[in-house]
Design a protein around this ligand. Structure first.
Ligand SMILES: O=C(O)CCC(=O)C(=O)O
Length: 386
């Protein structure tokens, strides 16, 4: 797949007019909700409390202008390389140039395929059945491939620029403000929504382990960071139903039934420009529609948890094999954070580098070098999936 390939926009078929109205209304509501703006800190360096209050109120927030143009260009260059190296089709060992394809030597779940404009998870038992309703699957152009890769897990092993982004001090300060200074990694991904091809991600709430826990609260399943390489629109972006992270398990089928459509009336799209960063509470009801628009969306996705949500907990098994997460497992998975911070310091030596409290208190030092790079293969087998 190539970014240059232009795909003629397609539409939602007989639902096109309703969809257009929904997208336009959603965009208006997104811009007036009160959960967006630049990242701001108080004098003592804490994330500004009004930002955190809005995040906890709505379950998501859009930070404007977080990632520099220089960094976006580097991420884009890596993305192009990743796309060039994808298998020619599902099951193929080689890319379009005949080289061993990206991800085919990985044991961890890595490449996710869908038919163009399809909804591979909706209405299935996959991923613990957490996507109970299938989204509308518009018809793709006749010349579209049979399948596209729309999601890549373990993405930091394929891109040093994405690894450096993972060490971004604003991202890590926010992760600490939400999950505590001893926050831990969850998983990393690239979501690729090609114009006229990108798959739906049906309505769901993330998180599988803590819904019935006596310790359940609005933040127990952590937070996802979604950096936008090309921006995010109502047509290609994630939609969120504000406040649903406070409700426990939402009856998604009932919501769609009551609305008479999968266009949930109270949902709000993430509207973002290149370099903006959206954060979404993993419990908030969210999803995205098939991308019939002419605009590509690429989200660099990194998740983080509270340590207390993970330590001693049996994982959900969605991103990695289920196991009880002990402190060795957490330390081993957190190594990648150390590499990210060091790789970033090498590339941006004048930046105020993030000082991760668990490394400070344990004295652990992580260096980003060739050996570290080699050790990243399949690192996401250790994802802390809850
Ligand atoms: O980026 C998307 O379209 C979906 C993202 C999502 O559902 C997730 O990260 O849980």
């Amino acid at each position: 797949m190539s970014l240059a390939a232009s795909t003629p926009p397609v539409d939602y078929g007989e639902q096109e007019e309703q969809m257009r109205v929904y997208l336009r209304d959603g965009e208006d509501r997104a811009m007036s909700l009160g959960n967006r703006g630049p990242i701001r800190y108080t004098e003592d360096g804490s994330v500004h409390p009004t930002i955190l209050a809005a995040y906890w109120r709505y379950g998501f927030y859009v930070f404007e202008n977080v990632v520099s143009r220089t960094e976006l260009i580097e991420i884009e260059a890596d993305l192009k390389d990743i796309l060039d190296r994808l298998p020619t089709e599902r099951g193929s060992p080689v890319d379009a140039s005949g080289r061993p394809a990206l991800g085919v030597d990985c044991c961890a779940p890595t490449l996710f395929w869908s038919k163009p404009l399809g909804d591979p998870f909706g209405g299935t038992k996959l991923a613990n059945g957490r996507h109970p309703v299938k989204m509308h699957e518009p018809v793709a152009a006749a010349d579209a491939p049979n399948e596209v890769v729309y999601l890549i897990l373990g993405s930091l092993q394929f891109s040093e620029a994405c690894l450096r982004l993972y060490g971004h001090p604003d991202i890590l300060r926010l992760a600490a403000a939400i999950n505590g200074d001893d926050f831990v990694p969850f998983t990393d991904a690239l979501f690729i929504k090609e114009p006229g091809r990108g798959a739906s991600v049906a309505w769901h709430q993330d998180g599988v382990t803590h819904w019935d826990s006596p310790d359940w609260d609005q933040g127990v399943h952590g937070v996802n960071f979604m950096t936008q390489l090309y921006g995010s629109t109502a047509a290609n972006g994630v939609w969120v139903v504000p406040g649903t992270h406070k409700l426990g398990k939402v009856d998604i089928r009932a919501r769609v039934r009551e609305a008479g459509t999968e266009r949930l009336p109270d949902a709000i799209p993430v509207i973002a420009k290149p370099g903006d960063l959206a954060i979404t509470n993993r419990q908030v009801l969210h999803g995205s529609f098939a991308n019939t628009s002419p605009d590509l969306r690429v989200t660099v996705n990194n998740g983080f948890h509270r340590r207390s949500s993970v330590l001693g907990v049996e994982g959900g098994g969605l991103h990695a094999v289920a196991a009880v997460f002990d402190s060795d497992r957490i330390r081993e998975r957190s190594r990648v954070l150390g590499y990210a911070i060091h790789a970033r310091r090498q590339r941006f030596p004048d930046e105020d580098s993030y000082d991760y409290e668990p490394f400070r208190s344990s004295g652990e030092i992580h260096r980003w070098d060739a050996a570290a790079k080699a050790s990243m293969h399949d690192y996401n087998l250790l994802d802390l999936s809850i």
